[in-house]
Write a protein that binds this ligand. Structure first.
Ligand SMILES: [Zn+2]
Length: 360
């Protein structure tokens, strides 16, 4: 039966357009105009994307199981105190799912690659808001509860997701319509200036993470004396924070493959480690938050800002709507299908082009 399925061949870096190149990864590239079936088959064939896909696809199910447990066991819809946990768990399901889909289908075409990763960035932004909503509800140190910063924390976090998604999408091709459309890129495209694009993306994700973590960092690193919420949960927060910084370090440095280009093409390159550390970080973050939710509940219900539709589900819905609009705006110039498809028909599938056209 297996012999009936012909797995697609893989390519070296010189055989695919520059836009598909990954720093210090030499082999294992899929065809840059793979069919959807080939993309799905590549889950079961060792390419340089296979473990990127699985390292986020499997955790999606684990996080989904956690979400279902909370929704069903704690009858979340009746208890507004658990809404932030539901939103956070939902964001924890969406970001690895969007990422595994992006890694699966990014080799269908150049424009599919850009659009896939626009969605990936939007999902990460939503995860940052999920974290902010739950930090506001369960993590703020006693001292800061009900402060002006606490009151403004979620609105600022929503605004940050808009900045983050915009900046991350901008890092690929520039501004839609103004700097690129279906056949031209007026700004530098990512593959001509990968370091600057990478810098923008690191800023886009580090900035909301650092902002969201201000109350947590204050609580676990700086606060002394009364009102610091010093509990056993802090050790779980330390694990999460350490893993979050390791995740950022791997993303920014491309280690270990930079030290030995070609040696980690299939197993062990930085993006796989980045996914694994990110998921482990989320796991410890989740455990810490579950513990804070249970142990601080009575005190928070008496002293903290009440959890309402506006500061939980409403903020999440607003974030989804605005971020989807941003993603659509950045994708629209690439979706001028007629021109792109006309070009496709005139190209040999064996000789992928490295031209600037973002829709090739
Ligand atoms: Zn990824």
């Amino acid at each position: 039966m297996l012999s009936l399925i012909k797995l697609p061949r893989v390519f070296t870096i010189n055989q695919v357009p520059k836009v598909f190149h990954e720093d210090s990864i030499i082999s294992g590239y899929r065809h840059p105009r793979s069919s959807a079936t080939d993309c799905i088959l590549s889950l079961f064939q060792l390419t340089n994307e296979t473990l990127n896909i699985w390292t986020h696809f499997l955790p999606t199910w684990y996080f989904l199981w956690k979400l279902v447990t909370v929704v069903l066991m704690q009858t979340a819809w009746q208890d507004s105190f658990t809404w932030p946990m539901v939103i956070f768990l939902l964001s924890c399901c969406i970001y690895p799912l969007a990422s595994s889909c992006a890694h699966t289908f990014s080799s269908m075409s150049v424009r599919a690659r850009h659009i896939c990763f626009f969605f990936d960035y939007g999902a990460l932004s939503f995860y940052s808001l999920g974290s902010a909503i739950i930090y506001s509800a369960y993590v703020f140190p006693d001292k800061w509860v009900n402060s002006s910063f606490h009151q403004w924390y979620i609105p600022i976090a929503v605004a940050n997701t808009v900045i983050c998604t915009n900046l991350a999408c901008y890092s690929r091709l520039g501004l839609p319509f103004l700097q690129y459309n279906h056949d031209t890129v007026k700004r530098f495209p990512e593959h001509q200036s990968p370091k600057f694009s990478k810098f923008l993306r690191v800023v886009a994700f580090a900035f909301p993470y650092l902002f969201d973590s201000i109350p947590l960092f204050y609580r676990v690193f700086l606060c002394v004396g009364e009102g610091c919420t010093d509990s056993d949960t802090n050790i779980l927060h330390y694990y999460h924070i350490a893993l979050a910084f390791l995740t950022g370090f791997l993303f920014a440095t491309h280690l270990p493959e930079r030290l030995a280009p070609g040696s980690f093409d299939y197993i062990g390159h930085s993006h796989q480690l980045f996914h694994v550390c990110g998921v482990l970080g989320t796991h410890f973050q989740m455990q810490a938050l579950e513990q804070d939710m249970v142990t601080r509940r009575p005190w928070l219900l008496n002293h903290s800002i009440p959890i309402t539709f506006a500061n939980s589900l409403g903020a999440a819905l607003l974030c989804v709507l605005v971020n989807l609009t941003i993603i659509i705006l950045y994708s629209l110039p690439l979706l001028s299908a007629r021109v792109c498809q006309d070009r496709k028909h005139h190209r040999s599938p064996k000789k992928p082009s490295a031209k600037l056209c973002p829709c090739s």
